[in-house]
Design a protein around this ligand. Sequence first.
Ligand code: SF4
Length: 684
Amino acid sequence: MSEDGQDPWDEVPSVAELLAAAVADIGGEERPGQVAMAEAVEQAIETGEHLAVQAGTGTGKSLAYLVPAIRYAVTNRSTVVVATATIALQRQLIDRDLPRLVTALRPLLDREPAYAILKGRRNYLCLHRQRGGPDDQDALFEPVDTGPASPLGRQVKRLHEWAEVTITGDRDELVPGVPDAAWRQVSVTAQECIGAQRCPFGSRCFAEKAREAAAKAHVVVTNHALLAIDATSDIDVLPGHDVVIIDEAHDLVDRVTSATTGELSGPAVDAAARRAGRFTESAADQGGASGVADQLRQVAAALTLDLGDAPAGRMDVLADTLAAMLRSVHDAARACADAIMASAAGLEEDPQQLAAARMTLASLDELGRTADRILEVFVDKIADRREVVWLDRPFTEDARRPPTLRVAPLEVGPVLRERLFGGRTVTLTSATLALGGSFAPLAIQWGLGAPDAADHLTWKGLDVGSPFDHPRSGILYVARHLPPPGRDQLPEAYLTELEELIDAAGGRTLGLFSSMRAAVQAAGALRERIKQPLLCQGDDVTAQLVRQFAEDEPTCLFGTLSLWQGVDVPGPALQLVVIDRIPFPRPDDPLASARQRAVAAHGGNGFMTVAAAHAALLLAQGAGRLLRTMTDRGVIAVLDPRLVTARYSGFLRASLPPFWTTTDPALVRAALRRLSATGSPPGR
Ligand code: SF4
């Protein structure tokens, strides 16, 4: 009920009317899937029942959730949070969809819906830091040369120039971007910020302005990571809200896992110790604590040596020496923090010193908590553990990245269930949510539970389909005659198959490989065999390669993970998507292997729940690169016979759009030739 006692839902046009007006204003056509989705989102908001909606490319799903979200928020003077995985979708919502929608809906709603974008504090330029706050000379990968002639110095200079003209201070608006090491010189985390009240730049602070705008908005666009932090921590980083829309929800588990992964390395401990030393030394000068920072530096040196010799990969057992070092990290970090706190009273008057102290305390706190968290993991038996620890060792060419201990949750479902789904109505949407034809695999990972489980939350799955005619527009070709993929060099039969397919398609090929090594190997071999230009990820910035690929029809592009999800090339420049093998996680992937083992330990099928579900999601995402508009036509070629021969193949194929399927290489090459010659449908 509204304040005047009337039901607010009676005062404004229905979702169907608003959607029709928005579509007419924007110049589109009514799409049945879009209408069905908008009505389902509205019903979810009304009933409080969570909703998972699969909506294929071309459905117009952003309007389908934004219209009911805006109607609810405006009517109830409330805020709806929309979380995306990628910057590209955030930009699309903020720069294109929301401005047009607000213009279209304003006359019908009789008021102007407000929207804003909000990210974590680290994503905004900090004026205090940039105008003389503490520098990051003790940052992780020391020494950092920020002198004006160094490459990093030039990037920092660019950031200072940009600071004079930017309106938002949002890192994503800086094009081209800068490396993390440069950005760290002009930004702070939430823990490091000295607070707007104390900060001399508080009234002009970009992060504060973004928060103020978000507090007044009906729709706040954010990312999965900030949503996860808001839901899982005790600090409110987002404005109060009771409705959440999660777009690109196929990525939610990975994004939440990343946002909640802790890391610890020798150089990180050393950097914190050196920062702490500046404060503890001055405390010692005044008769206070001394030597605690030195102790932390000694542990850092020992940890660097120990991890330098340790093998990379999952840790099921914690060696006594490493356990002792982690305890020392915890104790010495705590002692440093106590010493700084004891001398902090005099810092209140000096914002610069206060900022430096806060940065130091934040890094000490993070170190102590991560060391403790890693030790905690090994208290339980393997089958009862909730987190996994592994040592990440970078590739040799990135010598600046030290060996790093990581700790991550085996499941994010329990925390999402309690902290996200427990208090809000959530709609999750993506082009790919039903795996093997069912929403249950992802719903279980999110913590909603399978619909037939005794303790499942109330949720509904809805597939509104796709406007594309998949069986008529595309062919799924599985190269059944090839041997199953091995671990070594790509066999000659694969290269010949690739060459013949690309030749038949006249280029226009996106090659999606399960590893960078395979992509580079195939690109190297194929360049000598095909007539068309061939680009490979790593040759240039990926966005530039995709642009070149889209602008020159015969050009081919090979690459790995980011291309599986991030390429949107409509038209004849992309008529063949080649997938080298079913994208299972690597057997030595520490997180996937630990998750698989945990499922098996509790009586489940670890392979199907973890590895097959992961592969199904990626396959569907990769296949989704082919048809981007109603007139697109083409072929998905999977060079892995297991997609038709293995016992799990039915599950994987049921996760893909309903393309017409064949294993006949001659037929598919003929279809590709017809398509490249005439632009007509593959035809069979
Ligand atoms: S309020 Fe915090 S983030 Fe903003 S300028 Fe000051 S220190 Fe930086």
